[in-house]
Design a binder for this molecule. Sequence first.
Ligand code: PLP
Length: 381
Amino acid sequence: MLSRRVELFVESVIRDMTRLSLKYDAINLAQGFPDFPAPEELKRTAASAIMEDYNQYSITWGAKDLRAEISQKARKYNHIEYDPESEITVTCGSTEAMMASMLALINEGDEVVVFEPFYENYGPDAAVSGAVPRFVPLDDDYGIDEDALASAFNKKTRALILNTPNNPSGKVFTKGELKLIADLCIDNDVIVVTDEIYEHILYDDRKHISIASLDGMGDRTITISGFSKTYSVTGWRIGYALAEKNLTSAVRKVHDFLTVGAPAPLQHACVAALRFPDSYYEELARMYDGKRKLLYNALTKAGFGCQMPEGAYYILADIPEGVDMDDMDFARYMVSKVGVAAVPGSSFYRSKKGRHKLRFTFSKKDETLMEAARRLERLNV
Ligand code: PLP
């Protein structure tokens, strides 16, 4: 009685782990949301926006002043130019921006290139939009195998999904890699849908590069970002999609009938967010750098195999040698017996490689991470 579409995917394992974490009173290093307060100024602005009666629908594709600020930010930070009137859509999180983009682009049976490991949502995004995902595995250091990538393209390829900085791997794609992707997309007439939600969370002086800023890519890229991660407001559900006029008009159509619009008072507060000084972003990256090192040290001490992430706020760790459980069983053991929730690696892989991995987030207070470190010491392997 149900649609074939919903049979193609399961409920989010990440959000399921959050529920298990609550059940066992574990420390939730599964889902990527902060357990520390959002910036005071944003909370005040949101509260006064409600009191000032920004309480009715905003324009479907986003409040005018927010689109104007997003356009300026995109010019300054991403080096891309999009017209706020016709090329920017404010959505209910980047999650909706991704789904609306896929529904706007894909015909049943079109292929979409996705790097593996991938963010969990892209599988269901493909399933709901009727796309056939073509996974391209990255190597053990998350480098691109050029031949594997080139051979993933064919006449049916409609889009490529990119995510940089990457969840779960922490990889930040280099300019050379982006150029390689761009050249293939131009040669094969393919659209890039790029999820750049972690664009401000970078380490060791890395710089964020938006693929839309590369020659020939402005008109064939949908750039997605949002406020959840940069401003620690994952519950506000405000994101956006930037794309040339025709693409935007298709995304807007889908968005309009999916959600009508993103929450009006919170859009108002997001204008204030985009006016934060540069020091805010420097402090954000510095704060996460400290947390990154804390979790890395705790995991390596407990026997996990880890690479230092280059960006975003996750560590995708190899399960310690000597553990005789796959990722699902070990994640269950961790949450129920050790008191730390993580996400089974197979949520991020179609291949078997994920069965030896768990993903941990470090988007938590230092004291939360330190308590997790203490509990990880109980892991006797
Ligand atoms: N994209 C990636 C890569 C993510 O990791 C997440 C959240 O974890 C999202 C999108 C969701 O973003 P939003 O809260 O804007 O929907």
